[in-house]
Write a protein that binds this ligand. Structure first.
Ligand code: GTR
Length: 433
């Protein structure tokens, strides 16, 4: 009797330990119990922006060489240390891509549709992501390409039933529903027909295939590949950085695709993926231009305005997006050594488009405009026409600017045909179409 009780106790203890070892600890839930957003201009504090043209040692930056050699690296490092973390070098021996689908008569014959699989850790083949790519059939040679991640899976960007659909473990955006329930759900954001008809290719990847959008102590997605960094260091790459790194790998993969000119690639993104596009473009200078669509706090909006979503709030809701250091600035954004106009300045002299939406106060349209405006001196120093003399935020649906462009579309937080029309005009002006 005694023996069997002991045995049961032993067995249950062992199975408990075994169960512990094999249970995947759930990732932390996002925590929305935080300070309210601010929608009152009267509560915007007085602030002084850091001057992108004064170095940390007080040197005035007066030549393009000083910018390139002294101030730009300094600002980039400040963003790495304080906000996004390092942008890892790619181990290209591990990143492989392969074309898995090619359909020559997509979009009613206007486009060739391809799917390209990227294996970030070949030959282990995990994690992996699938890029959906449309290339116009009516073209001479290679064409410029938009690289823009999507929120819910490539199969949500179009009704086309032949587009592959994948489930992603630990994804927050897709999917408890069956894959076909969400097919085409986000198609209004993807003007594939218009893009291809204007002579451009477009590539999209589901961002959570690069890394799930969860706080998991950086154990999911591509993060385990960043072995050169100390998890406790200030500049340990955070999740927006991982997504941005993934977009660079998409560009690598496009390099071997016939008909796509990777020297004419524009990285674009909406909302959190707009933040991602800005950070990717700041680091990866192979991207010829950058588009930020309603990127808001941590993207194009000035942190110091504390309007709409604010730094304290975004850090509490999405602790994994930014470095630990950024969390320290929640209640002292005035002490940040950088602000978001300098993220835009890091893209200079390459063209940049900042887009807001009139009802998207959460993303602070005025703060987004002011970032674009305050990046202008750097663009001018580098010999471009910068914001083209713009000083006032324009009315709705009235795009303005030159190498830096801006519009405030009427409506809410979204990507619409109006936005795409402007991005295509922007691309035409860059590539002289
Ligand atoms: C919100 C977040 C924003 C923005 C947005 C999105 O919840 O607060 O910063 O990134 O998500 O990505 O749609």
């Amino acid at each position: 009797m005694k023996f069997s009780i002991l045995r049961i106790a032993f067995l249950s203890a062992t199975s408990f330990i075994v169960a512990l070892c094999f249970t995947v600890v759930p990732c932390e839930a996002q925590n929305p119990t935080i300070a309210p957003a601010n929608y009152d201009e009267a509560l915007v504090p007085q602030y002084v922006l850091p001057d992108p043209l004064v170095a940390e040692d007080g040197t005035k930056i007066e030549t393009p060489e000083q910018w390139r050699e002294k101030r730009r690296p300094e600002i980039l490092e400040l963003f790495k240390k304080n906000m996004f973390g390092q942008f890892p070098e790619a181990d290209l021996s591990k990143v492989k891509s392969e074309e898995t689908v090619s359909v020559s008569d997509s979009l009613g014959g206007k486009a060739t549709r391809k799917e390209i699989k990227i294996y970030f850790d070949a030959p282990n083949e995990f994690p992996q992501a699938t890029v959906l790519l449309y290339i116009p059939n009516d073209r001479q040679g290679s064409v410029p390409v938009f690289v823009m991640p999507n929120f819910q899976g490539i199969h949500t960007t179009t009704d086309d039933p032949s587009v592959s659909a994948y489930k992603v473990e630990n994804s927050t955006h897709n999917l408890d529903k069956t894959l076909d329930d969400v097919r085409g759900k986000a198609k209004s954001r993807w003007a594939f027909d218009m893009i291809v008809s204007r002579g451009y290719a477009v590539a999209t990847v589901f961002y959570e295939e690069i890394e799930p959008d969860v706080m998991c102590n950086f154990t999911r997605g591509v993060h385990p590949l960043f072995t050169n960094f100390d998890l406790n260091a200030d500049d340990y790459p955070a999740t927006i950085g991982a997504w941005a790194w993934g977009l660079s790998r998409v560009l690598d993969a496009l390099g071997s695709v016939d008909g796509v000119d990777v020297k004419k690639a524009i990285v674009a993104g909406h909302s959190r993926l707009g933040k991602t596009a800005l950070w990717c473009g700041a680091n990866d200078e192979r991207f010829a231009a950058v588009i930020s669509n309603n990127s808001g706090c941590g993207g194009a909006a000035l942190s110091r305005r504390q309007f709409g979503e604010r730094v304290d709030r975004i850090n509490a809701s999405f602790p994994h997006w930014f470095t630990k250091k950024f969390h320290e600035y929640g209640d002292k954004v005035d002490q940040l050594p950088i602000d978001q106009h300098e993220l835009i300045a890091l893209i200079a002299p390459r063209p940049v488009y900042v887009a807001s939406a009139s009802e998207d106060l959460w993303a602070d349209p005025k703060g987004e405009f002011l970032s674009a405006l305050n990046a202008d001196p750097v663009y001018r120093l580098l010999g471009t026409d910068g914001f083209g003399g713009v000083t006032e935020q324009p009315d709705v649906n009235a795009p303005v600017g030159a190498t830096i462009r801006y519009h405030k579309r009427a409506g809410g937080h979204d990507v619409t045909d109006f936005d795409w029309e402007q991005y295509l005009n922007f691309a035409d002006s860059i590539f002289k179409k």
